[in-house]
Design a protein around this ligand. Structure first.
Ligand code: FES
Ligand code: FE2
Length: 445
């Protein structure tokens, strides 16, 4: 049975988008139920909890969640809420503990969520407390190449089906090496922006030569990066694809150049090229020739809020987002490469990052426009590239003819509508897996 269609915020024929979805608290409250209560969400990385009994405090939407590794090495995502009155049973960011004791009355949980000890169980409760039903609330957890995802929805599909063919592209960064990746961080900060503004921005290549003009010029002058212009963007060997609800941009070129990351400069480029060349046989074995040699993931957004490498865009009300930015590194990369990426990432992304500040200024204003009494009557125009995207003979998903397009954004808001109009997962579509995953890499790494 089809769900009632309450939301129609994007007009697929004109690209007009109702900007009230960025500013209305009532819509936001519904997003917390229908999107963040249902979707698989990135919550961390297994390198943040490497040993048994490690834990890391994270979030799903606004709900605090403890990511734990129990004594058997299994991962759990547990709502950080004592089942008695509701205190948080973990107050620190991370650590190692077999048990969590609530500091209100002392109920104590094992790190797999089981309620183990209740003070006065016999005397105060006369032995009548139903302890087995009072464990911490647990989400479903699955991992992809070390990235930990969780969902509250019992009827959600597997993570593999949820990522679908998007994984074909994601593998080119996250599933490249036998040794996997490690996450450093996070750097955390708050911004007065709606969480969707930055997800939208992950597929926005149009803004780069304008918004980042000064930052790019500094990089040209001091780091030797080629100058950036609109003409370069239009002619760029990059593609723009929407795959099973997720936005992807990727480079499509056979020139044996390493993928661009912040941290590359005229000084470090040789190191990156040597690393690229030295690891190519391994990458080719893992991903097959096409993906190893031709396809490099650029930017991406995993619906709803997993973006830009490993970054969580945690909603904090319609008009506020908490950013958690991690640096992700190949675990077995040489120290000089890791150091260059760490420094480059801090200089450009993160609270004091040059590129970040250019972007955040835009996202603030897009958010503010949605609160303007007059402004919100006038939709955003997302008409760029309408009618110029479709299936591609070599690449999965809906691929735009040009790198500069708003196809991914239009489809992101369609996906948002689909979740918001659905009564359950039965009303949410999934594209079949069609990509050929050459090589030995799997969901598990
Ligand atoms: S609220 Fe946790 S023991 Fe009472
Ligand atoms: Fe940007």
């Amino acid at each position: 049975m089809g769900a009632a269609r309450k939301y129609a915020v994007i007009d697929p024929d004109t690209g007009k988008l109702d900007r009230r979805i960025f500013g209305e608290q009532a819509i936001y409250e519904e997003e917390m139920e229908k999107i963040f209560g249902r979707a698989w969400q990135m919550i961390g990385h297994d390198s943040l909890v490497p040993a048994v009994d490690d834990f890391f405090q994270t979030y799903m939407g606004e709900d605090p969640v403890i990511l734990t590794r129990d004594g058997e090495g299994r991962l759990h995502a547990l709502l950080n809420m004592c089942r008695h009155r509701g205190n948080r049973v973990v107050r620190c960011d991370d650590g190692n503990a077999k048990r969590f004791m609530c500091t209100y009355h002392g109920w104590t949980y094992r790190n797999d969520g089981t309620l183990e000890h209740v003070p006065g169980e016999a005397e105060a409760y006369y032995g009548a407390l139903d302890k087995p039903s009072l464990g911490l609330i647990e989400a479903r957890v699955e991992t992809y190449a070390g990235i930990v995802f969780a969902t509250w929805a019992k009827d959600a599909p597997s993570l593999e089906a949820y990522l679908g063919d998007a994984r074909w592209y994601l593998d080119t960064v996250f599933n490249r090496r036998d040794g996997g990746m490690q996450a450093l961080g996070p750097m955390k900060w708050l911004e007065p922006v709606n969480w969707q503004t930055l997800v939208d921005n992950c597929s926005d290549n149009y803004h780069v030569p304008t918004s980042h003009l000064s930052s790019a010029r500094i990089q040209t002058r001091y780091l030797g990066r080629p100058p950036l212009s609109h003409e370069d963007q239009f002619a760029s060997p990059h593609e723009h694809a929407f795959v099973n609800g997720h936005g992807v941009t990727f480079r499509d070129a056979d020139d044996n150049r390493p993928r661009f990351v912040h941290g590359m400069s005229s000084e470090t480029l040789r190191l990156f090229q040597e690393y690229h060349d030295a690891t190519m046989p391994e990458v080719e074995r893992r991903l097959g020739t096409l993906r190893a040699r031709r396809v490099q993931l650029g930017n991406h957004s995993i619906f709803p809020n997993g973006i830009l490498g490993l970054r969580l865009a945690l909603p904090r009300g319609a008009l506020k987002t908490e950013f958690w930015h991690f640096v992700l590194l190949d675990r077995d990369a040489p120290e000089e490469i890791k150091r260059a990426i760490r420094i480059g990432s801090q200089a450009n992304n993160g609270a004091a990052g040059m590129f970040e500040q250019d972007d955040v200024d835009n996202w603030r204003q897009v958010t503010l426009a949605s609160t303007s009494r007059l402004g919100r009557r006038h939709p955003q125009d997302l008409s760029m590239g309408l009618g110029h995207a479709g299936p591609h003979p070599d690449y999965p998903g809906l691929v735009s003819e040009r790198y500069i397009s708003e196809n991914n954004q239009r489809l992101f808001y369609r996906r948002w509508e689909e979740f918001m109009n659905a009564e359950s997962w039965a009303d949410i579509s999934l594209d079949p897996l069609t990509a050929r995953f050459d090589g030995t890499a799997t969901m598990r790494g």
